[in-house]
Design a protein around this ligand. Structure first.
Ligand SMILES: NC(=O)c1ccc[n+]([C@@H]2O[C@H](COP(=O)([O-])OP(=O)(O)OC[C@H]3O[C@@H](n4cnc5c(N)ncnc54)[C@H](OP(=O)(O)O)[C@@H]3O)[C@@H](O)[C@H]2O)c1
Length: 330
């Protein structure tokens, strides 16, 4: 039997060395059958510093140089939203497997182009929606699928934090896809899509900063039998950042912050039971999606059976639909 340490390590590259790239790299170091092989920034100095910090072998001053390295097995794309498509296409063209940050691209048409390229080149491609792979979230999905507490009657989910308005921060910069909906509204939408599927109708409204970036967004997704999902995002206001599934015989509540490693409360028969998933406090939680991706690569798979192309298409379609309602154009 081959043990994990005997397997040839999967050589990872990272494109765009900002906040999330640091967390991803830190978690990658804890995975035995993978290594951070190369990193790419728009600055050589930044790439060198990052490579030194996480022990990467190669540090590139352009994203193209990384894509041209024939030794790379997989690339994690951690650039602002507007670059996801072109960065992914560049790597797929070279036959490199791609794990691309959320939102997968700026719109459904672009996601279709990425999927078509992955199929043409016969290369693995997956959206990095890490929450889908976290044990507490998988537990909740399982309980809902098994209808342990009956059918879902209503969902409430939100994601909100406060950060000073600053157009140097990509979050407030329209040119790179800034705003609450695409950045964090995607998580409450994900909570609804992953449990109830596509809604029949959507209502939504939003508030905007002067530069046209959405500051907050309120959405209601309507399903059959008067089931509703009330979803909110804000970069102006701190929200509980929970996902609550009200079911016929009880309530399942993913506690703050539901999209990260967290606890789950089961409220039934007048009692609350809190389930602790005993996450390792030394990791952020990105290793779960990475372990899944590594296994897909080893198995020669070209598409995830969890974060499927179809799921990514639905997720971006919902973002497109909400954008149309609130008149948010990029
Ligand atoms: N899964 C999650 O939990 C999670 C969390 C946060 C963010 N994200 C996603 O990850 C992506 C990156 O987010 P982040 O928070 O890491 O952003 P960030 O800190 O601003 O980093 C983005 C990096 O992209 C590169 N970049 C290339 N062109 C750029 C431009 N015109 N403006 C700014 N940066 C540019 C920069 O790296 P170089 O200077 O090295 O080229 C920058 O450091 C976003 O799409 C976001 O939705 C996911």
């Amino acid at each position: 039997m081959t043990t994990q340490s005997q397997l040839k390590k999967i050589k990872w590259g990272i494109i765009g060395l900002g906040g999330i790239a640091n967390k991803f790299a830190s978690d990658l170091l804890t995975i035995e059958d993978a290594e951070l092989y190369a990193v790419a920034s728009r600055s050589q100095e930044k790439a060198d510093d990052f490579a030194k910090k996480y022990g990467a072998t190669k540090a590139y001053a352009t994203y193209e140089d990384l894509a041209n390295d024939p030794n790379i097995d997989a690339v994690y794309i951690a650039t602002p939203h507007v670059l996801h498509k072109e960065n992914a296409l560049m790597c797929l063209e070279k036959g490199i497997a791609v794990l691309g940050e959320k939102p997968f691209a700026m719109n459904a048409a672009d996601v279709d182009i990425m999927i078509a390229k992955a199929k043409e080149k016969n290369v693995l491609l997956m959206e990095a929606l890490w929450t889908y792979f976290l044990p507490h979230y998988r537990y909740v999905l399982n309980e809902l699928e098994n209808k342990t507490y009956g059918n879902i009657l209503k969902i409430e989910s939100d994601f909100g934090f406060q950060r000073p308005f600053d157009t140097n921060d990509r979050l407030f910069n329209k040119a790179v896809g800034g705003g609450s909906l695409l950045d964090i509204g995607i998580y409450p939408i994900f909570a609804s899509l992953s449990t109830l599927g596509m809604p029949i109708t959507i209502t939504a409204d939003a508030t905007f900063f002067e530069n046209g970036v959405d500051a907050s967004c309120n959405m209601v997704f309507n399903y059959n039998d008067n089931v509703e999902a009330h979803l909110k995002s804000s970069i102006l206001e701190v929200f509980p950042t929970e996902a609550i599934f009200y079911c016929e015989k009880g309530t399942i509540k993913i506690n703050r912050e539901f999209h990260c490693p967290s606890t789950v409360s089961i409220i039934a028969n007048g009692q609350e039971k809190v389930i602790d998933f005993e996450y390792d406090s030394n990791i952020f939680g990105y290793k779960y999606e990475t372990i899944h991706f590594n296994q897909l690569l080893r198995d020669g798979k070209k598409e995830s059976d969890i974060m499927t192309f179809n799921f990514s298409r639905k997720l971006i379609k919902l973002l497109d639909d909400v954008r149309e309602i609130i008149n948010l154009k990029y």
